[in-house]
Design a binder for this molecule. Structure first.
Ligand code: UTP
Length: 308
C-alpha cells in the first residue's frame, strides 16, 4: 500500500559507485542491475520508495550506468513483440518498471563519494526534506523501514538515519553512531557519527545502513565538507556536523538544521554490492516467492541435507 506524507515527496538514489567488490560482473554492468531472482536489485529500491509514498525519484548515475535508465523506460520493441504473442503476463512485468515512478537522472561526473553524490541532487530537491536510498542496499519488502523514518522525521524534524546493530568486529565496515535513548524503543538521538572506525574507537555497534531522511541543510554542509576517509566526500561526515552543531548550539539559529535521530532496524537487509549478502538475498527472496518458492525450497532442503 502506498502512503503519502506532506512535505516529503522526493527520493534520491545514489547509484554512481564503481562496484569494485563485484568485479568482473560489474565491469560493464552496473551492480544495481544484477538480478535478485528475476528483478534487478535497483527495482526493489525504487519500489520501496514508491511504497513509502515517494514517487518522484532522482537517480544519481555515472558512466556505464545507462542500463539503469533503460530499465525504467519503455521498451516498445519488446512490448509489441509480447503483445503480438498475446503474452499479457510478461508484458505486464516488462511495463511494471516503467510505470512505477516519475524518474529523473543526474550524472555524478566523478564518483567522489556518497556525500558528493547526494550533493548532485541539490538542484532537484530544493528546500524540502527528502529521502536517500542507497541503490545497492536492499531492505526486504516485508520489513518496512522508510515509512517509519518519514514518520519520525515528521515528529522531530531535522534528519533521520537508519541503524542496525552489528557484531562489534564488523563495525569498521560501516559508519558508527553515538546515541542517546528516546521515549520510543526503536528511536535514538544521534550525538555523534564516525565513518568506518577502528573497533576500539567506535562509539557503539549501531551501524549506519543505506536509508536516510535528510533536512536540506545537509547540502550547505556537504558543499563545505572536505574529502574524508578514502579521499571521498563522506555523507557521514556531513551528518556528524549536523548532529554536533545541533547538540552544541545555544540558540535557535544554530539549531536550524534540526536534530539527527536514528531508527533502529531489526528486519532483513542485504548489501547487494557484497557477494555473500547478494547470494543470501536471492536465496531468501526466492524461498518466499509463491511461484518459485515451493520447488526451490524442496531442492534447497535436499541440497543442504544431502550435499553439504
Ligand atoms: P559503496 O561504498 O558501496 O561503493 O557505495 P561502490 O563504489 O558503489 O562499491 P564498491 O565498494 O567499490 O564495491 C555506497 C553507495 O553510494 C553510491 C554507490 O552507488 C552505492 O549506492 N556512491 C558511492 C555514489 O553514488 N557515488 C560515489 O561516488 C560513491
Amino acid at each position: 500500500m502506498t502512503q503519502s506524507h506532506p512535505g516529503i515527496s522526493k527520493a534520491v538514489i545514489p547509484a554512481a559507485g564503481l562496484g569494485t567488490r563485484f568485479l568482473p560482473a560489474t565491469k560493464a554492468t552496473p551492480k544495481e542491475m544484477l538480478p535478485v531472482v528475476d528483478k534487478p536489485a535497483i527495482q526493489y529500491v525504487v519500489e520501496e520508495a514508491v511504497t513509502a509514498g515517494l514517487s518522484d525519484v532522482l537517480m544519481v548515475t555515472g558512466r556505464n550506468k545507462r542500463p539503469l535508465e533503460d530499465h525504467f523506460d519503455r521498451n516498445y520493441e519488446l512490448e509489441s513483440a509480447l503483445g503480438r504473442k498475446g503474452d499479457a503476463e510478461r508484458l505486464a512485468r516488462v511495463q511494471e518498471s516503467s510505470d512505477l515512478a516519475t524518474m529523473h537522472y543526474v550524472r555524478q561526473g566523478d564518483p567522489k563519494g556518497l556525500g558528493h553524490a547526494v550533493l548532485c541532487a541539490a538542484p532537484h530537491v530544493g528546500d524540502q526534506p527528502f529521502a536517500v536510498l542507497l541503490g545497492d542496499d536492499l531492505i526486504d519488502p516485508r520489513d518496512p523501514l522508510l515509512s517509519r523514518m518519514i514518520e519520525i522525521q515528521g515528529q522531530y524534524g531535522g534528519s533521520v538515519i537508519a541503524l542496525m546493530e552489528v557484531d562489534p568486529a564488523q563495525i569498521h565496515l560501516y559508519g558508527s553512531a553515538a546515541v542517546e535513548p528516546t521515549a520510543e524503543g526503536d528511536v535514538v538521538r544521534i550525538t555523534g557519527l564516525v565513518e568506518k572506525p577502528d573497533p576500539a574507537d567506535a562509539p557503539s555497534n549501531y551501524a549506519i545502513i543505506g536509508r536516510y531522511v535528510l533536512d536540506p541543510a545537509v547540502f550547505d554542509i556537504l558543499r563545505r565538507t572536505e574529502p574524508g576517509r578514502g579521499g571521498e566526500i563522506q555523507l557521514t561526515d556531513a551528518l556528524q556536523h549536523l548532529a554536533e552543531t545541533y547538540e552544541s548550539a545555544a540558540d535557535a539559529a544554530g539549531k536550524a538544521g534540526g536534530p539527527v535521530h536514528g531508527v533502529v532496524f531489526k528486519g532483513r537487509r542485504y548489501d547487494t554490492g557484497d557477494r555473500g549478502d547478494y547470494l543470501r538475498a536471492i536465496v531468501r527472496l526466492a524461498c518466499e516467492r509463491e511461484d518459485l518458492g515451493p520447488e526451490f525450497r524442496t531442492w534447497l532442503r535436499s541440497y543442504v541435507t544431502e550435499e553439504m
